[in-house]
Design a protein around this ligand. Structure first.
Ligand SMILES: NC(=O)C1=CN([C@@H]2O[C@H](COP(=O)(O)OP(=O)(O)OC[C@H]3O[C@@H](n4cnc5c(N)ncnc54)[C@H](OP(=O)(O)O)[C@@H]3O)[C@@H](O)[C@H]2O)C=CC1
Ligand SMILES: O=C(O)[C@@H]1CCC=N1
Length: 274
């Protein structure tokens, strides 16, 4: 039985643990390191996993360590995990935004198999999207193991060029927030026209779900699906012309560029600090 230790028991770790339990992995195969006593209690109660205040105790028997702390915390883990890593040589799976494989190798050891990945919060309901990148030390079985862990919470895509991991973060890692922001704006627009907020929310949220399902289930091009909604000189055309006049593609591309750059900058800040 492969033992998996989560270092950090916050939102993303909870999503992954919940997903893994649903695939049939036993709670006894997982441990969690989490400094907050209340969070440890909740993890134990909700998932039946053993929780520890100290990372080295959670990691002691693990073949796979999922590093699920905030990027700024990552360098501090090296002291806590040094002995365990030297003894067990586990595979590391980092989910931290921005943090590069060469940084992980520097902090935790260049000989370790390391997977850098970027999931997203819909992982909580098994509808996540994750990009994964592996260093040269990751063997084919370890690659399959990492994919199995992330497959438990949704779709996975291997990325061959690590520089694109910041793009993954900007597109699907942060992406759920963009769609929530669009739903908020749609809702506000409907309310401004006199619609009750609950009605506006229900219509906007179901439209988001329906459009997403059409896209993923039909396999059709989004442009084609858009054209099918758009009657000549109809209401959709009026809205899309307004979007075009306001420069929607440029707005989106600038936002994705800003998120990508923030990932790069977050990693650079860690270079300067560590
Ligand atoms: N939220 C998102 O949408 C996504 C986040 N990510 C990445 O996932 C990572 C975790 O994010 P998220 O789950 O949202 O964050 P959370 O803050 O919810 O979880 C991180 C947890 O790690 C704990 N922690 C802090 N220091 C240590 C330590 N030394 N040892 C063990 N645990 C520690 C924190 O405890 P305490 O609260 O006491 O500090 C907290 O419970 C981040 O690196 C983020 O970039 C990736 C994809 C999507
Ligand atoms: O905002 C962030 O930095 C994290 C990474 C992707 C989603 N949330």
């Amino acid at each position: 039985m492969t033992r998996i230790a989560f270092i950090g028991g916050g939102n993303m770790a909870r999503s992954l643990i919940g997903g893994l339990l649903k695939t049939g992995i036993s709670a006894s195969a997982m441990t969690v390191a989490e400094p907050r006593a209340e969070a440890r209690q909740e993890l134990g109660r909700d998932f039946g996993v053993a929780c520890f205040a100290e990372s080295r105790l959670a990691a002691a028997e693990a073949q796979v360590l999922v590093l699920a702390v905030k990027p700024q915390i990552m360098p501090a883990l090296q002291g806590e995990l040094r002995d365990t890593l030297q003894r067990n040589r586990p595979m590391l799976i980092s989910i931290a935004a921005g943090v590069r494989v060469d940084q992980l190798e520097r902090w935790f050891g260049g000989l370790l198999p390391i997977v850098r990945c970027m999931p997203n919060t819909p992982a909580l309901i098994g509808a996540g999207a994750t990009g994964l990148y592996a260093n040269a030390r990751v063997s084919p079985p370890q690659r399959a193991q990492a994919q199995h862990i992330l497959d438990a919470v949704g779709l996975t895509q291997w990325i061959n060029d690590e520089a694109l991991m910041d793009t993954v973060t900007a597109v699907s890692g942060s992406g759920p927030a963009y769609f929530f922001a669009v739903v908020e704006a749609l809702e506000d627009a409907a309310v401004a026209q006199g619609m009750p907020r609950e009605t506006a929310r229900a219509l906007a949220a179901q439209t988001c779900l329906g459009a997403g399902r059409m896209l993923t289930e039909s396999g059709e091009d989004p442009g084609e699906l858009r054209r099918r909604v758009t009657s000549p000189n109809g209401t959709t055309q009026a809205a899309l012309e307004s979007f075009a006049a306001d420069g929607l593609p440029r707005i989106v591309s600038r936002a994705v560029a800003a998120a990508t750059q923030r990932g790069v900058d977050m990693a650079a800040a860690l270079d300067n600090a560590s």
